[in-house]
Write a new protein. Structure first.
Length: 496
């Protein structure tokens, strides 16, 4: 007889250890939000089954000392199964029904009264002055077990009817996982039958029934865990598939945005102006689309306009600001507002601020207006970093400093431009902040001073704007040492 209790208790111990390991795994992975009450119910059931097996084994040697504890455990095990079934029932109801709040409230009261009644019955066992030859006490205990037995059966019937109603609304894996609970319920019923047959009628094979019930419950809960794992894996595979679809859709949209941005680049105007003035562009967005803006216009036969700016952010968001800025600048060109940079920027800022209001976005922008007849450069910097200018007359590189507010923040901001006179051979290097913020593998940034040194070397060695760009890129790549950069980088070189 005792060997059957050992077998049943061992299965219960295996069940408990298995689910504790699963629980610890979830906690270690930070998945405490994923821990559901069913895990705790099953751990409790496994521990109680193991303890029941131990008490059954001890009961063969010291019968009277463990009878009450053993009977209490039998009742708790059946109660645990009922509560587990009730929890799963509510969980499945949430999948298929919208009106679940009322049912959840009903279940809350159900569990409250169930705990109260069952707990009272179990506690009362400790005070019943019965012996196994006291038939009145026997029938009280039998009635208690009958109550739990009937409750378990009713819950099982309710669960089966639910599964029929919810067919097609839950996955096949989940349906199979829930059905293992009914298999476990048969084990709980066998435990009850074995316990009461053994205590009331002293049936010799009651230990076998209890152990068989323990094995049934342990196997059922183990299969429940297996199907839980499978369901998680299936869910993860489905999530990966959906994520791949979303990524593909996003990449398609980014490629579309990239094509659109490329089509909006002023390539035709660049080629036309390159026939008039020696200039070159290098545009390197960090992603498929970028926020670095540049443009150029022929305002008249002798006046050229060049702009280079940087929209806040990266990727598609920055590209949207880029496109909006381009539209506004072209509208101002059509309205002939760029006769003076200061006036044009005042209007541009007012329009951009209205669009970017409450978005915490902004634009830094540097513009030059080249008057070839007067050999003058009018320049204005709206929050942009100092640009570099090589003067042949002074044989030195200097910074074009011009302090104005950034575009898109202060609606009523005023702007002022500066003017310098250029000579043949002078070179202007315009660039975005991504150039000086580029870093090598040690995290050391280029910085404006180092970039100035590079420019001072390059500008004395070459004779064209294209060579200036090429030389600057070579120096930067040597400095980066292959490190991946995390910002858009744009150069514009003009040789007068």
């Amino acid at each position: 007889m005792s060997v059957w209790y050992v077998i049943g208790g061992s299965f219960g111990l295996f069940l408990m250890v298995q689910y504790i390991a699963f629980l610890l795994f979830l906690l270690r992975k930070g998945g405490s939000k994923e821990i559901k009450p069913d895990l705790l119910y099953i751990i409790l059931a496994g521990g109680l089954i193991s303890l029941l097996g131990f008490l059954g084994w001890m009961g063969q040697r010291v019968p009277f000392s463990v009878e009450l504890a053993e009977m209490s455990l039998v009742l708790i095990i059946v109660s645990c199964f009922v509560l587990l079934l009730r929890y799963i029932f509510v969980w499945v109801k949430d999948l298929g029904f919208v009106e679940t709040d009322g049912y959840r409230e009903y279940t809350r009261w159900y569990v409250f009264w169930y705990f109260l009644l069952t707990g009272g019955i179990i506690v009362s066992l400790l005070f019943l002055p019965f012996r196994w030859w006291d038939r009145f006490g026997d029938w009280i205990v039998l009635g208690i077990g009958g109550y739990l037995f009937l409750t378990g059966v009713l819950e099982g019937v309710e669960f089966v009817s639910l599964m029929k109603r919810e067919k097609g609304k839950i996955s096949a894996i989940n349906a199979l996982r829930y059905r293992t609970l009914l298999f476990g319920g048969e084990g709980a019923i066998l435990i009850w039958i074995g316990a009461f047959l053994g205590k009331i009628w002293w049936v010799e094979w009651s230990g076998f029934l209890m152990s068989l019930g323990c094995v049934f419950m342990s196997l059922a809960m183990s299969f429940y865990l297996i199907f839980e794992y499978i369901e998680v894996f299936v869910r993860e595979a489905e999530s990966r598939r959906r994520l791949a679809e979303v990524n593909k859709k996003v990449m398609d949209e980014i490629r579309t945005a990239q094509s659109l941005q490329i089509s909006l680049l002023p390539i035709d105007r660049q080629r036309a102006l390159q026939k008039i003035i020696d200039m070159e562009i290098s545009y390197m967005p960090m992603q498929s689309v970028g926020g670095d803006y540049y443009d150029m216009f022929l305002l008249s036969d002798d006046v050229l306009l060049f702009l280079l700016g940087d929209a806040s952010g990266h990727g598609v968001y920055a590209a949207m600001i880029w496109a909006m800025l381009k539209v506004e600048v072209e509208e101002l060109i059509e309205e002939k507002r760029f006769s003076h940079l200061s006036e044009a920027f005042t209007v541009l800022n007012r329009r951009i601020t209205r669009i970017l209001e409450n978005t915490y976005s902004y634009i830094t922008l540097f513009a030059i207006m080249v008057d070839r007849k007067a050999q003058q450069i009018h320049y204005l910097s709206a929050g942009h970093i100092d640009q570099l200018y090589y003067s042949v007359k002074e044989d030195a590189v200097k910074h074009l400093k011009n302090k104005n507010p950034i575009v898109g923040t202060f609606k009523n901001a005023k702007f002022q431009e500066d003017v310098i006179r250029y000579h043949a051979g002078d070179v202007l290097l315009m660039f975005s902040d991504g150039v000086i913020e580029g870093a090598n593998p040690m995290g050391e940034q280029v910085g404006l001073d180092r970039l100035t040194e590079f420019f001072d070397v390059v500008v004395r060695e070459v004779n064209s704007a294209s060579d200036v760009i090429g030389g600057m890129l070579m120096h930067l790549e040597d400095f980066y040492e292959g490190a991946v950069q995390d910002d858009d980088r744009t150069f514009m070189a003009i040789r007068f």
